[in-house]
Design a protein around this ligand. Structure first.
Ligand code: CAA
Ligand code: NAD
Length: 283
C-alpha cells in the first residue's frame, strides 16, 4: 500500500513537526486541531522554518511554495476521509485517545492506517476502542521532529504485518530511521530516557545544584547534547509527568516514582518552553 496523503491530529509541539516532515517528503498533509490558535501557531512555525531554509540557500522559493501547497489546516477531522494514514498527536490520556480513534475510524476509509504518537501508552488499548485494530500502531516521533532521526514503530497485539511494513516504508521515505519495538510502557527510548530526566528533577529538588549546573554537568560529564532539565522543558513537563506516572503505575516500581517538583510545576501551569516557564524562563 502506497501512502500518498496523510492526516495529523494535534498541532502542538509534535503535530506541527510531523506535518512539516511529511510535507517536506512530498506528501499531501491535512493538519487538524480543535484549537485554532494552535493551528495558526503551527502554520506560522512551519512557514518560518521553510523561509529560513530559503534564506540559507537550502531550498528555493519554488520548493517552499510547493511545500506550502501540500499543507492544509482544518478545525475538524472530516478531511481525514481522503487520507491513507493519520497520525494522532494530542494529549497523552488514554480515554481521550480512545475517543478520537473511534471518531477517526468512523471517518477514515476502511483500508486507512491510524497511528498514534503516544510517548508511552498501550497501542493495544487504544486500538481496542475501534473495529480496526489490525490497522492501528504506534508511530513515535522524537522532539524536535525535524531534527531527530528516529521513529519507533510499535505494533499492538493485533496489528497486521502489512500495516507495520507500510509504516516502516513510510518512515524511510520521509528520511527517518525506523526501529520496530514490541509494545511495553515507554517503548524503548522513554523507558530509558524518562527515568534519567526524572532523576535529574529529583537531584534538583534535593537542592544539590542549580538547573544550570545539573545540565552543564550532564552535558560535559556524560556527553548529552542538552541537559536533562532543558530537555524536560523542551518536551513539556506535562508530557514528562504523564510518562513517568504511567511507567510508575505499570511497572509498580519505586524507581519510576515522579519527582514532586515535576508535579508542582505542572500544577502551577509551568510546562516548559511551550508556556514560557519550566525549569528555566523563556520569556
Ligand atoms: N525545534 C526545531 N528545530 C530545532 C530546535 C527546535 N526546538 N532546536 C534546534 N533545532 C534545529 C536548528 O534550527 C538547527 O537546524 P539547521 O541546522 O537546519 O539550522 C539544528 O536543529 C541544530 O541546532 P543547533 O545547532 O542550534 O543546536 P544543537 O546542535 O545543540 O541541537 C538539538 C539541538 C537537536 C535539540 C540537540 O540539543 C539534541 O539532540 N537534544 C536532545 C533532544 C532529545 O533528546 N530529544 C528526544 C526527547 S524525548 C521524545 O521526544 C520522546 C517523547 O515521547 C517525550
Ligand atoms: P501539545 O500539548 O504540544 O499539543 C497537543 C495538541 O493537541 C494541542 O494543540 C491541542 O489543542 C490538541 N488537541 C487536544 N485534544 C484534541 C482533540 N480532541 N482533537 C484535536 N486536537 C486536539 O502536545 P505534544 O507535546 O505535541 O504531545 C502530543 C502527543 O505526542 C502526546 O501523546 C505526547 O505524549 C506525544 N509525544 C510528545 C513528545 C514531546 O516531546 N512533546 C515527543 C514524542 C511524543
Amino acid at each position: 500500500m502506497e501512502i500518498k496523503q496523510v492526516g495529523v491530529l494535534g498541532a502542538g509541539t509534535m503535530g506541527a513537526g510531523i506535518a512539516q516532515v511529511f510535507a517536506e517528503a512530498g506528501l499531501k498533509v491535512m493538519l487538524v486541531d480543535i484549537d485554532s490558535n494552535m493551528l495558526q501557531a503551527a502554520l506560522g512555525k512551519i512557514k518560518k522554518s521553510w523561509q529560513k531554509a530559503v534564506e540559507k540557500g537550502k531550498i528555493d522559493d519554488a520548493v517552499k511554495a510547493a511545500r506550502e501547497a501540500l499543507l492544509e489546516c482544518s478545525g475538524d477531522m472530516s478531511g481525514f476521509k481522503d487520507c491513507d494514514l493519520v497520525v494522532e498527536a494530542i494529549v497523552e490520556e488514554i480515554g481521550v485517545k480512545q475517543k478520537v480513534f473511534q471518531a477517526m475510524a468512523d471517518i477514515c476509509q476502511e483500508q486507512a492506517i491510524l497511528a498514534t504518537n503516544t510517548s508511552a501508552l498501550s497501542i493495544t488499548e487504544i486500538a481496542a476502542a475501534t473495529q480496526r485494530a489490525d490497522r492501528i500502531l504506534g508511530m513515535h516521533f522524537f522532539n524536535p521532529v525535524t531534527v531527530m532521526k528516529l521513529v519507533e514503530v510499535i505494533p499492538g497485539l493485533e496489528t497486521s504485518m502489512s500495516t507495520t511494513e507500510a509504516v516502516v516504508e513510510l518512515v524511510k521515505r520521509i528520511g527517518k530511521e525506523p526501529v520496530i519495538t514490541k509494545e511495553a510502557p515507554g517503548f524503548l527510548v522513554n523507558r530509558i530516557l524518562n527515568p534519567l530526566v526524572n532523576e535529574a528533577a529529583l537531584v534538583y529538588q534535593e537542592g544539590m545544584a542549580s538547573a544550570e549546573e545539573i545540565d552543564k554537568a550532564m552535558k560535559l560529564g556524560a556527553g548529552l547534547p542538552m541537559g536533562p532539565l532543558a530537555l524536560a522543558d523542551l518536551v513539556g513537563l506535562d508530557v514528562v509527568l504523564k510518562v513517568t506516572e504511567y511507567l510508575f503505575k505499570e511497572f509498580g516500581e519505586s524507581k519510576y516514582r515522579p519527582a514532586l517538583v515535576l508535579k508542582q510545576k505542572v500544577r502551577a501551569g509551568h510546562l516548559g518552553v511551550k508556556t514560557g516557564k519550566g525549569f528555566y524562563d523563556y520569556k
